[in-house]
Design a protein around this ligand. Structure first.
Ligand code: GTP
Ligand code: MG
Length: 151
């Protein structure tokens, strides 16, 4: 089992999609172990998106992610990082497949509703969890339906 960092971005919050995003991850069989409604400041935005510093879209990305509240979460499950990315769909919501969160709700590259740790970036999930959450904010609990999700 594995933990991953997930966030409903400011556009998703404004459009009332927190509940739907949470619901989709719940129905996938994943378990939420942390969540907080918060506003990202400039410093946190720079740290979180540090890999994109210097790219032409970086300033706009920081401006967007700090423009309003986000709902930051930690989810746990088998192969959780990659599974969340699959549910999210492609980065450009205009190209994301129907049935994915971005494909169903987004129509733009920048405003793409959800963030999830990159499964192709080794350790990104743990780094992002550490950046947004203190260990004592994460809850260790048993999901009673887990035996029905996993063989
Ligand atoms: P995140 O979950 O937000 O990290 O998205 P991602 O992992 O699918 O994509 P990536 O980390 O490569 O890019 C981070 C964010 O920058 C994306 O969500 C996009 O909104 C934005 N972005 C990425 N590439 C471009 C680009 O070429 N142009 C613009 N304008 N925005 C981009
Ligand atoms: Mg990314």
């Amino acid at each position: 089992t594995e933990r991953t960092f997930v966030m409903v971005k400011p556009d998703g919050v404004q459009r009332g999609l927190i509940g739907d995003v949470v619901s989709r991850l719940e129905r996938k069989g994943l378990k939420m172990v942390g969540g907080k409604f918060m506003q990202i400041d400039e410093d946190l935005a720079h740290e979180h998106y540090g890999e994109h510093e210097g790219k032409p879209f970086f300033d706009g990305l920081v401006e967007f992610i700090t423009s309003g509240p986000v709902f930051a979460m930690v989810w746990e499950g088998d192969d959780a990082t990659r599974q969340v990315r699959r549910l999210m769909g492609a980065t450009d919501a205009q190209e994301a497949a129907p049935g994915t969160i971005r494909g169903d709700y987004g129509n733009d590259l920048g405003h793409n509703i959800i963030h999830g740790s990159d499964h192709e970036d080794e350790g990104a999930n743990e780094r992002e969890i550490d950046l947004f959450f203190d260990e004592e904010e994460l809850v260790d609990w048993d999901l009673s339906t887990a035996d029905w999700v996993y063989e």
